[in-house]
Write a protein that binds this ligand. Structure first.
Ligand code: ADP
Length: 625
């Protein structure tokens, strides 16, 4: 055997450990939940890999987590006969490579300092193992990977370094021994341990075993010559497999918590057993609050797939579309083959059907909430609205089920809450109004203050204010609602009455010298200069050609690092505005005026201007002229 080696913890992990050791005082008990959850995952993995390589599992071996204590040595040991780890895996998983969640978890802790109990979120960040250092002053991990004889031991006091070396182990799996701190001896007491298991791990569908007591003889003394046996302290049956009527709210909630690490109860719990020619059970939860990693599209976890109680994979992608990635839960099929692979999942028709039904259930529930509990739904929308909007683009088949859920900010409200539905909008439309008007912008302020709204405000026409990046794609996919087209107020021409047309023709003739000159001076920046009756207060605004993407979409695409086809805007001027009336094509400072008008138009819709310093210089020059 080679000599044990000492390694330094990766810097961020060291910082995390320092926190664990020195600063966290509440909810220390969750370390046990984390270890049991790791053991349960490891057992799931072993069972799964044994589906394709039967030698990884002995038929007579019961897969379980075992918890033992030694009061004299003050140690607590959590053992499993899961997949185990190789030497390299131990190094990678524990100590040398920081997970992306390490920093985020520390951030979450410091953000919520006052609340004090957020350490229990740790599992969500993929660094749960380190919570052992809240109660242990040193930890020894011994592990043997299924399929080999080599065993590894890892040891650390959490203070900067760990050692790793070869060892021997009789059986496959991992055993973690905590040398408890002086003041943490409560974790040597059976009743305390059982209480924690009950609280956090009751639903684990594997036995969690502890040493029972020796049966008593007639005199009430432990029977001689009889040894205590290990007994399961949890039910060990999958929660979802039990009848609905026998599951308490608390049990559902605990299970939900184990999937989500969300401290709040879920918004909705959807538990269905489907029988007939395709049998499966689905237990789905809609959370109240968005998880910290909702925007990480790489993270596809959320729905666990089981086949006849055997865990197959945690890969929501095939079971829930991306726009419902916040849904947590379990789907357990009776009919799928156990050796189902990711590739098979993708094309399996039964899986497709299960997915379609699951999506329908979630959308129906959301529709119900929107109708029956509008306030609750509003809370949901403020957390998940942006993600739901992706559904309009992603899931055309469900467009009609998603559209009624959409909520937008609007000029009829005086705040930025997204609370107006398209049906509401259509109901309030003016008699001669034939489109649903919207504006997309970078922020609520920019949308609300945009000069493009001036004429709409004057005419009392409602405009939806769209400021989420996804809105640009949403309006493209949605196109229309109840046969009313969606129309951007910043694009194309406005409908004019005959009278208005006539007036504009006259103004056009009057101002032709000015428009021609503006066009000439701003040729590099604008496609066209024309008159508008869009404006009542501003002298000018920028609009996109009907077929161009528009400034907001170009900005978003650039921010996403994508090539945005740059298109020049059209400068529209307000013929009734004093500045426009004053413009003189022959004036020596005409070029300055032109540039200021153009820059102002961009600024007023919240866009950046190319040369701010020059803008300031020009304005100052005109102010003193
Ligand atoms: P997470 O479990 O969320 O990934 P942890 O910090 O708890 O984060 O564990 C890190 C990794 O160490 C796990 O992903 C797993 O690969 C490995 N690991 C931890 N405990 C065990 C165990 N009992 N058996 C096998 N592997 C384990």
């Amino acid at each position: 055997m080679s000599k044990p080696q000492t390694h330094a913890f990766q810097t961020e992990i060291s910082q995390l450990l320092d926190l664990m050791i020195n600063s966290l005082y509440s909810q220390k008990e969750i370390f046990l939940r984390e270890l049991i959850s790791n053991s349960s995952d490891a057992i799931d993995k072993r069972r799964f890999e044994a589906l394709t390589d039967a030698s990884l599992l002995n038929d007579d071996e019961e897969l379980a987590v075992t918890i033992t204590t030694d009061k004299d040595a003050k140690t607590l040991t959590i053992s499993d006969n899961g997949i185990g780890m190789s030497h390299d895996e131990v190094i990678d998983n524990i100590g040398t490579i920081a997970r992306s969640g390490t920093k985020k978890f520390m951030q979450a802790l410091s953000d919520n300092k006052d609340k004090g109990d957020d350490v229990s979120l740790i599992g969500q960040f993929g660094v749960g193992f380190y919570s052992v250092f809240m109660v242990a002053d040193s930890v020894t991990l011994v592990t043997r990977k299924a399929g080999g004889d080599a065993a590894v031991t890892w040891e650390s006091d959490g203070k900067g370094e760990f050692t790793i070396g070869d060892t021997e182990k009789d059986s496959v799996g991992t055993s973690i021994t905590l040398h408890l701190r002086e003041d943490e001896s409560e974790y040597l007491e059976d009743f305390r341990l059982k209480h924690i298991i009950n609280k956090y791990s009751e639903h684990i569908s594997l036995p969690i075993k502890m040493l029972g007591s020796v049966p008593l003889d007639e005199e009430g003394k432990p029977q001689e010559g009889v040894e205590a046996e290990f007994e399961a302290v949890n039910k060990g049956t999958a929660l979802w497999a039990r009848p609905k009527t026998e599951i308490s709210d608390e049990e559902y909630q605990n299970f939900y918590q184990s999937l989500s690490y969300d401290m709040e109860p879920p918004l909705s719990t959807l538990h269905h057993k489907v029988e007939g020619n395709m049998e499966y059970t689905s237990l789905l939860f809609i959370p109240k609050k968005a998880p910290f990693d909702m925007w990480n599209r790489e993270n596809k976890k959320g729905i666990k797939l089981y086949v006849r109680r055997v865990f197959i994979m945690d890969d929501a992608e095939h079971l829930m579309p991306n726009y419902l990635r916040f849904v947590k839960g379990v789907i357990d099929s009776q009919d799928l083959p156990l050796n189902v692979s990711r590739e098979i999942l993708q094309s399996d028709r039964d899986i497709q059907k299960i997915k379609t039904r699951a999506v329908k259930r979630v959308l129906d529930e959301l529709k119900r909430l929107a109708k029956d509990e509008p306030e609750t739904f509003q809370g949901f929308w403020s957390e998940f609205g942006q993600v739901i909007k992706e559904g309009i683009v992603e899931d055309m088949a469900n467009k009609d089920n998603i559209t009624p859920l959409l909520r937008f900010a609007s000029t009829t409200n005086d705040n930025e809450a997204q609370s107006v539905s398209l049906d509401q909008y259509v109901e309030r439309m003016q008699d001669d109004q034939d489109a649903i008007y919207y504006i997309t912008a970078e922020s609520y302020q920019a949308a609300k203050g945009s000069p493009h709204l001036e004429m709409f405000t004057k005419k009392g026409i409602e405009v939806l204010l769209l400021t989420d990046p996804v809105d640009e794609w949403l309006v493209n996919s949605l196109n229309e609602h109840n046969e009313k087209p969606l129309k951007s107020v910043t694009k194309g021409d406005l409908e004019l009455s005959d009278e208005e047309k006539k007036e504009q023709e006259e103004q056009k003739a009057e101002l032709s010298a000015v428009t021609d000159k503006l066009q000439e001076v701003l040729a590099e920046s604008v496609k066209e200069v024309r008159l508008t009756n869009r404006l009542t207060e501003s002298p000018a605004c920028l609009v996109a050609d009907e077929t161009d993407p528009g400034a907001n979409l170009e900005r978003i695409m650039k921010a996403m690092g994508q090539d945005a086809p740059s298109s020049k805007p059209i400068l529209e001027i307000n013929p009734d505005h004093a500045i426009i009336k004053k413009l003189d094509a022959e004036n020596a400072s005409f070029a300055d005026w032109a540039q200021v008008l153009f820059d102002q138009a961009a600024l007023s819709e919240g866009a950046q201007i190319k040369d701010p310093a020059n803008y300031v210089k020009l304005v100052n020059r005109l102010l003193v002229a």
